[in-house]
Design a binder for this molecule. Structure first.
Ligand code: S3P
Length: 166
């Protein structure tokens, strides 16, 4: 099996869908943010605060390179991962890329107070989310498949992906 890579903006359901999907397929699930935290020995917030976003992006690319040498996994990436063309190319080598999307309202309600998201720490979450979404749209469009999760349950999205993958 090729890797199934879930990407897309924060709050679009990548981790929840990824876990359920991996369970259904009986394969390993890897969340790149979790792996970055493990490798760095600190949380994403702490990495941003101590070393800045640029350093986080380097760790992210290193983890993506490492994961892209194997197949047979479900991988969920952070929302900014495929903005970097080289990350996208590495992931495509052994995988199909599925981008999950959602409306700004759905994203805001799913991410709650955004405590664990350093990019949303500046206050105006709606403004930041809308702005980043606009900037990232051209990159998200490079995915092999796009699924709008706004009005769907995790199970619905998993079923859609299984249809694509099988
Ligand atoms: C980011 C999304 C986060 C995490 C980091 C940066 C982004 O992951 O990688 O805070 O640039 O959109 P999730 O999309 O899993 O929240």
């Amino acid at each position: 099996m090729k890797n199934i890579i879930l990407t897309g903006f924060m709050g679009t359901g990548k981790s929840s869908v990824g876990k359920r999907l991996a369970h259904e397929l009986n394969v390993r699930f890897v969340d790149t943010d979790d792996l970055i935290e493990k490798r760095a020995g600190m949380g994403i917030n702490e990495i941003f605060a101590q070393f800045g976003e640029e350093h986080f992006r380097q760790l992210e690319s290193a983890v993506i390179e490492e994961l892209s040498s194997s197949a047979g996994m479900v991988i969920s990436t952070g929302g900014g991962a495929i903005v970097n063309q080289s990350n996208l190319e590495m992931l495509k080598r052994k995988g199909i890329i599925i981008c999950l999307t959602a409306s700004v309202d759905a994203i805001l309600s799913r991410i709650g107070n955004g405590d664990e998201r350093p990019l949303l720490a500046k206050g105006d979450s709606r403004g930041v989310v809308s702005g980043l979404l606009k900037l990232r749209e051209p990159f998200y469009k490079k995915a092999d498949f796009i699924i709008d999760t706004t009005a769907k349950s995790i199970g619905d999205v998993v079923k859609e992906i299984l249809k694509i993958a099988r």
